[in-house]
Design a protein around this ligand. Structure first.
Ligand code: TRP
Length: 335
């Protein structure tokens, strides 16, 4: 099951709504290839999703949607452990222990918390949002993870994970493996379409900023054609995240879905108009999404198969995580 000849890799996505091309390009795009090099655990972080629960959406359906998307992205249940976070209670148990090893100050400094807390009002923000990075540390450390592929926005959380793990190891003896990030240079942070100074986020109030993986194609084309570029004259297509945020974002999207280097694309697209460039991106993205959506529907229609995968995944994850939890209990001197 866990033949530890390969390094362990852990990754997760929150099933808090429909996933975006930002989730795919930043994280899930790499998952399929990683299965050959690493012992992979792919988790559906439903407990994290409770920090932003939307009563209208049935979380059960969103979990199965997310799982079907994992499979459509090439995650193979015969190669990897795929599981739902809440099925493995060890995550919540370690979360408490690590909370007692985390500092109020360091959690207050997390950028994501600062951005997501209720309109600058700590009073009405839920504690789960504050504690979010500690649960994330528990996810990672429970499996003696060596590598975590993260988007740039999650890098700070991973640094905190290492800090908490080092602190625990220092206080109680070497229990946790210290994980390393895998950050891909291009596309690890896809920006909003109409305001490319901020990250593309599924919870954006203006849905024209976001492209969802399961979105209908005419809407995808509309959004790309209307996204923000710049007014450089004559128009030039090159990557520069200071001067040309919108164009750089489109280049990153195109590069990720076509597997062509940005340098190569810059040469290939030299001298064309922005409108032509947008058409090229829209067409490539439509082709890519149609294929992904077809595969998604195939898996999503087989709920029995999906349930089976997460049951098997939970059994494996419980076994592995309990090994670590036993070491933790014993290190801190619990009976
Ligand atoms: N916070 C991550 C995100 O929103 C999801 C996540 C939860 C995660 N636990 C994790 C990612 C552990 C990496 C490792 O994208």
């Amino acid at each position: 099951m866990f033949i530890n000849s390969k390094p362990i890799l852990f990754s997760a996505v929150q099933p808090s709504g429909e996933l975006t091309i930002g989730n795919y390009i930043g994280t899930m795009r790499h998952w399929s290839n990683m299965q050959n090099t690493y012992e992979c655990l792919y988790c559906i972080a439903d407990l994290h999703a409770l920090t932003a629960i939307n009563k209208k959406k049935k979380i059960k359906n969103v979990i199965l949607d997310t799982l079907a998307l994992y499979l459509a992205c090439g995650v193979d249940p015969n190669k990897s452990t795929i599981f739902v976070q809440s099925h493995v209670c060890q995550h919540s148990q370690l979360n408490w222990i690590l909370s007692c090893c985390s500092r109020f100050g360091e959690l207050s400094r997390m950028t994501q918390f600062k951005l997501k807390k209720v309109q600058n009002c700590i009073e009405n923000s839920n504690i789960g949002l504050f504690n979010y990075p500690v649960l994330m540390a528990s996810d990672i450390l429970l499996y003696q993870t060596n590598f975590v592929p993260v988007g740039k926005d999650q890098k700070q959380h991973l640094e905190l994970t290492c800090k908490i793990a080092n602190r625990f190891n220092f206080l109680h003896g070497n229990v946790f493996t210290i994980p390393k990030p895998i950050i891909s240079e291009n596309g690890s942070k896809i920006m909003s379409l109409l305001d490319p100074t901020k990250k593309m986020s599924k919870s954006d109030v203006n849905q024209n900023n976001v492209i969802f993986l399961l979105e209908n194609i005419s809407s995808v084309v509309f959004k790309i054609k209307n996204c923000i570029t710049d007014s450089e004259h004559p128009p030039k297509i090159y990557h520069n995240t200071n001067k040309k945020l919108g164009i750089s974002n489109l280049l990153e999207i195109l590069s990720a879905i076509t597997n062509k280097e940005i340098n190569f694309l810059e040469q290939e697209l030299h001298g064309i108009l922005y409108s032509e460039f947008k058409s090229i991106v829209a067409e490539a993205l439509s082709k890519f999404l149609l294929k992904l959506q077809k595969s998604y529907i195939h898996y999503r229609n087989n709920e029995f198969f999906l349930q089976e995968i997460i049951e098997i995944g939970a059994v494996r994850a419980r076994l592995k995580s309990q090994e670590t939890l036993n070491k933790v209990f014993s290190a801190i001197g619990m009976v």
